[in-house]
Structure formats: C-alpha cells, structure tokens
Ligand binder design. Structure first.
Ligand SMILES: [Zn+2]
Length: 115
C-alpha cells in the first residue's frame, strides 16, 4: 500500500482512538488503556436507597454503550497494530487487499467487501 495512503488511514485511526477514549472515559475507567480495556463503575454508591437505584439504572444504561465503544476501540487498536506489523489492509478471509475506499470509510475493517 502507498505510504501516503497508509499515513492518511493511520491518522484516521488515531483520531478515532482519541474520540473513543474520550467517550469511554465519561462512563468508565480504564483498566488497561493500551489494550482498550475499560470498566463501567458505580460512582457514588451511598446509603440512600433511592440514590442507589438511580446509580444502578445508570450503570444498566451505560454498560451496553461501554461494551460497544470498547469493542470499537479494540478494533482500532488492532488495526494500528497491523499497520506497525505490516499486515494492515489485507482481508483476513481471502488474504487479498481490502479496497482503499472501504478502508477510508472504515479504517479498522478486517475483511474485504466481497467477503
Ligand atoms: Zn476477502
């Protein structure tokens, strides 16, 4: 792949990583940032029963969001690792090059449009 395009895609991935980290840090705390591992927490568990109910509801609302963001972040991190190891841009299924347009639309894509 062209170095210029690779740099462009790498920048897209780095930006996406930063955005995802920012969103995640609003609702969860990092366990292992390098791996994109986060954990949703109960923030202010107190003795007030009504307060706790709100906390639990918030936790229940945040959890699926956290899981989705975390999954996206891990995909982005994995794509950045593939750039470093030189295996980026090849379909994991048929080993052919993934089209540039597809990568521009989704830089962390693992498989080509045909697969
Ligand atoms: Zn393929």
């Amino acid at each position: 792949m062209d170095k210029k395009i690779l740099d462009e895609l790498k920048n897209l991935l780095l930006k996406e990583r930063k955005d995802l980290e920012e969103n995640l840090e609003r609702i969860a705390k990092p366990v292992d940032k390098e791996k994109g591992d986060y954990e949703t927490t109960f923030e202010n568990i107190g003795n007030d029963r009504e307060d706790n109910t709100t906390e639990v509801e918030e936790y229940a609302d945040n959890l699926p969001v956290e899981i989705t963001l975390e999954k996206n972040l891990q995909e982005v991190i994995s794509a950045l690792e593939r750039i470093e190891s030189g295996t980026y841009g090849f379909c994991e299924n048929c080993q052919k090059e993934i089209g540039i347009e597809r990568l521009r639309a989704n830089p962390s894509a693992r498989i080509c449009i045909k697969c």
